[in-house]
Write a protein that binds this ligand. Structure first.
Ligand code: FEO
Length: 392
């Protein structure tokens, strides 16, 4: 993608990665992604805001053809999908100063072996004049690393937010084209890397609340030309109040656990609890993470494998524990042939979650009518707890 003008003297010079399907060797990217970098030309100085994943450096260099000199390169974040091309850019532009937060300096030196004498750190609220354009640096830690910061371009009312407000969404246009599509991509992104930092995000939202904003330009996905939309979505996602929803994540080997899940899904739905059901044998982890953003209850369902949880269920529990969703209740159901110790394993895997763990429902062999009755009772308990919590 060639450089694209955002406003006068501000261009997007980053890269759309249409074909990338996995991020961090973990996160599925059904719609690709982009590594956004922006060139801001002031009347006296020029700054590049962020670089791109080093795998795409050639495109960034093509987009910078004709840019004879850079005075500043701003690194909002040390993670290599944005910083990884800094060594090449700093070599190409030997007069450029690398500008970052104090915490980012050490991270960039550790990750990329950048020389200390090329780096200028900026304090929270510090400004840098490019002549007729002013960059204001706003420290926004933990979106999603400790060193992350944003830049506010005062004259054009643009917030360059790096990962904050980002989405893994490849598209040809620069601006959000469809807010429903953007919403899902941004929620997936929030769920995967921002959700554990809800408290920090709340503080960061307060920091940007007072800014007059025409655009929010993140480092992944489209530029927000209606900032209120993504700001409102973030306020909803970081709320500590979940919705009347349950995630039911299961694996079944011979059908017994699946039958219990089927009855539980129907019983919850009858009681007006929205169910997000996932067969972990072939799950899109991003969709599972999205559903964890709002769910009040997480139900894991597993057959016993050598007396323990099915490894896919253990993996989902480990992931949920890392993402720290706001769920209030958790439950385990499943079946075993001759012995099991699954309940203890689940408890050990979820220490980060502030959940009330409901009594496990583990049946020997195929579920019988009395077992299905117990499943109905569990659904009733979940629905009642949601209601008592003011969610229904
Ligand atoms: Fe897009 Fe945290 O890097």
């Amino acid at each position: 993608m060639k450089p694209r003008r955002l406003v006068e003297s501000v261009e997007s010079v980053g890269v759309v990665d249409w074909d990338r399907r996995l991020f961090d060797s973990l996160i599925p990217l059904p719609d690709g992604t982009s590594y956004n970098a922006y060139l801001v030309r002031g009347s006296e100085k020029t700054a590049l805001l962020d670089t791109v994943d080093p795998a795409k450096i050639e495109t960034l260099l093509e987009n910078l053809q004709g840019v004879e000199s850079l005075d500043y390169v701003v690194a909002h974040h040390g993670e290599q999908d944005h910083s990884g091309s800094l060594p090449v850019i700093l070599e190409k532009y030997p007069r450029a100063r690398l500008v970052c937060s104090p915490k980012a300096k050490g991270i960039l030196m550790d990750l990329l072996a950048l020389p200390s004498d090329r780096i200028t750190t900026v304090a929270d609220g510090e400004t840098l004049s490019l002549g007729d354009k002013t960059l204001e640096f706003i420290h926004t830690p933990w979106v999603h690393w400790p060193e992350t910061m944003c830049t506010y371009l005062r004259e054009d009312r643009i917030l360059f937010s790096c990962d904050f407000f980002g989405s893994h969404l490849a598209q040809s246009g620069l601006l959000v084209r469809d807010e429903a599509e953007l919403y899902l991509g941004a929620k997936r992104y929030f769920a995967e890397i921002m959700m554990p930092f809800r408290t920090a995000i709340q503080k960061n939202l307060e920091r940007v609340k007072g800014l007059s904003l025409d655009y929010i330009a993140p480092s992944h996905g489209p530029v927000h030309n209606r900032p209120a939309f993504i700001l409102g979505a973030y306020r909803d996602w970081i709320s500590e109040t979940p919705k009347n929803e349950a995630v039911v994540a299961y694996v079944s080997m011979h059908g017994s656990t699946e039958k219990m899940v089927g009855r539980l899904t129907a019983a919850l739905a009858e009681r007006n609890v929205t169910v997000h059901r996932f067969d972990l044998a072939g799950v899109d982890l991003g969709k599972l993470a999205i559903s964890l953003v709002d769910a009040a209850t997480i139900v894991l369902a597993s057959p016993a494998v050598l007396t323990g949880l099915h490894p896919n269920v253990a993996y989902a529990a480990f992931l949920a524990n890392a993402l720290r969703p706001k769920a209030k209740f958790a439950a385990l159901i499943g079946s075993f042939g001759w012995g099991q110790k699954m309940a203890e394993q689940v408890l050990a895997l979820l220490p980060n979650l502030k959940v009330e763990v409901l009594p496990p429902l583990l049946v020997k062999g195929a579920p019988k009518e009395s077992d299905f009755g117990a499943v109905e009772d569990l659904a009733e308990t979940i629905a009642r707890k949601h209601k008592d919590s003011g969610l229904a």
